[in-house]
Design a protein around this ligand. Structure first.
Ligand code: GAR
Length: 210
């Protein structure tokens, strides 16, 4: 019998993890600010002190926080400190939004069904990095974006939402990435909205929208 998880119906506290420009973080924050998501962004965290998205979070008067990997002796130690910081803040959901540091199994286990990620391809095709160029090089006709729960198996957790975009003959990494990103900005806030409406039910690998 598969384990069943149902997302909580509550006003949630979100931590967004970023490493770069943070456009998905902004899409989620815009939806929160517009009252479309029953949650607040309690923290924007980065492994990169100079991530542009972190500066934007500061301008938006959100709590920001960063930890430099080089100040820690291992990824396990880094993630354990991060687990403690997140627990201290009573975070309900962590949204990875271009967070480019792989989470340790210990971190994933500490927040089971409490971590979402956005990936710029139709998983399980093209996990990993540089996936828009990989989709072009493979010759697929369609690619897209995937929001999924995070497990220790990188990019392989249960899929919440996907959006499909065509791959055009003359696409470059940039044009395809732009087309996918527009869809990311729609499906990520939507997935978070469903989460705090108590509407995501995970049964094994499958996520049902109640
Ligand atoms: C997005 O395209 C996201 O899907 C991707 O990084 C970009 C971050 O952009 N994430 C991954 O590739 C995760 N493996 P953003 O900082 O503007 O949200």
């Amino acid at each position: 019998m598969n384990e069943v998880f149902i997302s909580p119906k509550k006003k949630g506290k979100i931590a967004v993890f970023i490493s770069g420009r943070g456009s998905n973080f902004m899409a989620i924050h815009d939806a929160v600010a517009a009252g479309k998501i029953n949650a607040e962004i309690a923290l924007v965290f980065s492994n990169k002190k100079n991530a542009p998205g972190l500066e934007i979070a500061g301008q938006r008067e959100l709590n920001t926080f960063n930890l430099k990997p080089k100040d820690f002796s291992s990824n396990e130690e880094y993630d354990q400190v991060l687990v403690d910081e997140i627990k201290k803040r009573n975070i309900d959901l962590i949204c990875l939004a271009g967070y480019m540091k792989i989470l340790t199994p210990g971190f994933c286990e500490a927040f089971k069904y409490k971590i979402l990620n956005i990936h710029p391809a139709l998983l399980p095709s093209f996990p990993g990095l540089h996936v828009q160029q990989k989709a072009i090089d493979w010759g697929v006709r369609f690619s897209g974006a995937t929001v999924h729960f995070v497990t220790a198996d990188v990019d392989m957790g249960p899929i919440v939402l996907q959006a499909v975009v065509p791959v055009l003959q003359d696409d470059t990494d940039e044009t395809l990435s732009d087309r996918i990103l527009k869809e990311e900005h729609k499906i990520y806030p939507e997935a978070v909205r469903l989460y705090f409406e108590g509407r995501l039910e995970v049964r094994g690998r499958r996520v049902f929208i109640r």
